[in-house]
Design a protein around this ligand. Structure first.
Ligand code: HSE
Length: 340
């Protein structure tokens, strides 16, 4: 399986580390032999090699703040779109930064890859929150897969879980904690750490978006509920059609006061159906300490899916982070090319 990495930041590197570490397992258990034929990154440089780039070397170069240009192979002159058009590959991995207002440049990368006959795996929320239906239809038309497990709850199975394991259930509501950064910040603030310090740490740990305003203003959770609204309920809405409030109004004082009332603030995203209308929202809520969502701390996410046949099903797991998000791409790659 020939891969193109478009974006080699935290997520791309998280996947690359897993591909190096699990090379034998992928080959022996899933018959999956990976060759990375191109990496395009705006900051770290763009390289191609039809014989396969050495991922361990690539990781070593970028971990020291270096660039990729002196890897054996060739420096690629051109933009990511040119690489997608010119380099032959089986799967394009889209892990550039998320822009939920325009969905670019990721949406153009995805369209180009699909039109060139590549499968696409992405963790980028913009294209799915804005253009899910179009991209899915284009992929169907071209006979390729368009998978995006990592857009919601990082590698914790939610999208694939709904598709595979809740197939045939009628889902009425999905509700929970969908942003790792803000849950981490609220957790640390309760421990007495300042908002600024907690946000800085969330950035260091690779939880936050490139521009962390997207986390603290609730936009990241908003993109995720919009993805669920489109994927589960076939809604047409775009992210900013739904009401959204982040955590910037929550102070150390309000956290302490809530605790005194046996409550804890959580940023709650939800999407539900009222008759034929799909509704969604993101807002901080004071949750009773006895409620299961109150015990979800740090960058962990949790959502409860309300169904007809099973009642409530709750999924809990990592919601952000280098390896957890890298893993979402690995599981999608296995779904595309693994034999078992
Ligand atoms: N910034 C996101 C979060 C990353 O904190 O949840 C995962 O989507």
């Amino acid at each position: 399986m020939r891969l193109l990495f478009i974006g080699f930041g935290t997520v791309g590197q998280g996947l690359a580390e897993l591909l190096v570490r699990k090379k034998e397992l992928l080959s022996n258990t899933y018959g999956l032999n990976i060759k990375v034929v191109g990496i395009a990154d705006k900051i770290k440089g763009s390289v191609t090699n039809p014989e396969g780039l050495n991922l361990s070397d690539a990781l070593e170069k970028v971990s020291g703040g270096g660039n990729l240009l002196d890897l054996p192979g060739g420096k690629f002159e051109g933009e990511a779109l040119d690489m997608i058009q010119q380099v032959e590959a089986d799967v394009m991995l889209e892990a550039t930064y998320t822009d939920i207002e325009t969905g670019e440049p990721a949406t153009s990368h995805i369209r180009k890859a699909v039109e060139s006959g590549m499968h696409v795996v992405t963790t980028n929320k913009g294209p799915v929150a804005l253009h899910y239906k179009d991209l899915k239809e284009l992929a169907e038309e071209k006979g390729v897969r368009f998978l995006f497990e990592g857009t919601v709850m990082s590698g914790t199975p939610l999208i694939n879980f709904i598709r595979e394991n809740l197939a045939g259930c009628d889902i009425q509501e999905i509700k929970g904690i969908l942003n790792g950064t803000t849950n981490y910040i609220l957790t640390r603030m309760e421990e007495g750490i300042s908002y600024e310090e907690a946000l800085k740490k969330a950035q260091e740990l690779g939880y936050a978006e490139a521009v962390p305003d997207a986390d603290v203003l609730g936009w990241d959770a908003l993109a995720k509920v919009t993805i669920l609204a489109k994927y589960v309920f076939e809604a047409d809405g775009k992210p900013f059609d739904y009401p959204c409030e982040g955590i910037t109004g929550i102070t150390a004082g309000s956290i302490t006061e809530a605790k005194a009332r046996n409550k804890r603030f959580k940023l709650i995203g939800k999407v539900w159906r009222e008759g034929s209308i799909v509704k969604a929202s993101v807002a901080p809520e004071e949750i009773d300490l006895t409620h299961p969502l109150a015990s979800i701390m740090g960058a962990t996410n949790a959502v409860t899916i309300t169904t007809d046949a099973l009642g409530d099903v709750t999924v809990v797991g990592p919601g952000a982070g280098k390896e957890a998000t890298g893993y979402s791409m690995l599981v999608d790659l296995i779904a595309i090319g693994g034999q078992k």
